[in-house]
Structure formats: structure tokens, C-alpha cells
Ligand binder design. Sequence first.
Ligand code: DX5
Ligand code: ZN
Length: 234
Amino acid sequence: MPERTYILAPSLLSADFANLGSEVDRVIKSGADWLHFDVMDNHYVPNLTIGPLVCEAIRPHTKAPIDVHLMVEPVDALVPMFAKAGADIITFHPEASRHVDRTLQLIRDHGCQAGLVFNPASSLAWMDHVMDRLDLIMLMSVNPGFGGQSFIPSTLPKAREARARLDAYERESGRRIRLEIDGGVKPGNIAEIAAAGVDTFVAGSAVFGAGKDTDPNRYDSVIASLREALQGVA
Ligand code: DX5
Ligand code: ZN
């Protein structure tokens, strides 16, 4: 297998919403690769966050890919809206879509990369018949809805299983699908998660909770610690 490149995707959910533009600028300047954008509808999950309007507002702040995580039901109507608002990647929970294959196709038809999100109790079997339509899959290592929860340890064997499936697919198709993880990722556990085969890491509270409010470079050291922990992972 060719070498893996690691992606860090800070979740804006834990950012200072009164200063979102400068939060985006700072986290990207500190070396983040993607911006993770959590969309919650108070229906699929018991919380309410941000929509396409906010995505459009932050788009001019960065060229970094915006990774839109839809925790909404139904899904389809929001896909064109987020594509228009500048999303690069759109993921959704299969349980929230009536027609998973159609939703994946819809995302790609709108020029974005498409992915499925697996809750802690969701079966990986959701990916079986749609591999060709996937650019990434994301495993939830907490139940969706809130930042700042603890990493659920049973996600590690699940990540190893997902990695084996994605590697088998890559051997047969030559196409690589990213494996992302979301929830409770910190400098202290990221190496273990990477060793289980994950290549893309969402971190909300660990990044945006770091440093002193007044320090303009407050995210530098946490991003550096996350990267440092990834060095030397086999
Ligand atoms: C939870 C969200 C996550 C969340 C992660 O439903 O999907 O992206 O922001 O936050 P932390 O890193 O604090 O667990
Ligand atoms: Zn998320």
C-alpha cells in the first residue's frame, strides 16, 4: 500500500462563533488541512447549529477544503445548497436518507466529494454496495450532537475493520477512500487511532479549547502536538 497522508480537520463547532472569520484564519494559519463544519437540525440530532449561509460566509476566508458533516434528516435538499455555498466534501448518516445511493450520487453530481458517516452502533455494511460512490467514510467515535464528549474505545476495532475493507477495495480498484474519525480526538489518543488505520482526524474541543483567548497563535501548539503524535505511526 502507498504511504498514507494524514489530514487534520478542526471542527468549527467548538470555535468562537462571535469571531468565526478570524477563528478560521487562525486555525488554517496554524496548519489545519480541512475545516470540519457540523450541521445539526434538532431532529436527526438533539442540537441546532449552522447552515449554508455560514458556510458561504467563511468560504472567502480560506482555500482549505470545507468538510460538511450533515447531521440532518432529510438530507437531499441541503446538498445543492451546501455545494453552492462552497462545500468541498459532504458527508451524511445513511439512516437519515431514504435512498443512500441516490444521495451519494447527488453529492458528486454537485461537484463535491461524498461520504457516509457511521454512528457508534451503525453497521459498516452500509458501505457494501456503494463503494464506487464513496470518496471517504467517517466513523463517529462519539454519538453525534455535541462537542467535547469522550472517545468511545470500541471505535478502534471498528476502524481496523473499516481499514481492511478500504484496503481490499483499493487493491482491486486502484482507488483510495479516506477513513475519517470524528469525536474525542486529542493529542493523547491520535497515534492509537492512526495505528488502527484512520488517516483523517476531526478535532473540535481539543483544538479550539487550546491556548489563551488573547494569543493570536493559540492553535499552533495543539496542531503541532497532533502532528507530532502522528509521526512514526506504522
Ligand atoms: C459531534 C460532531 C463533532 C464534534 C467533535 O456530533 O460531529 O464534529 O465537533 O468535537 P470533539 O472533538 O470535541 O469531540
Ligand atoms: Zn462532525
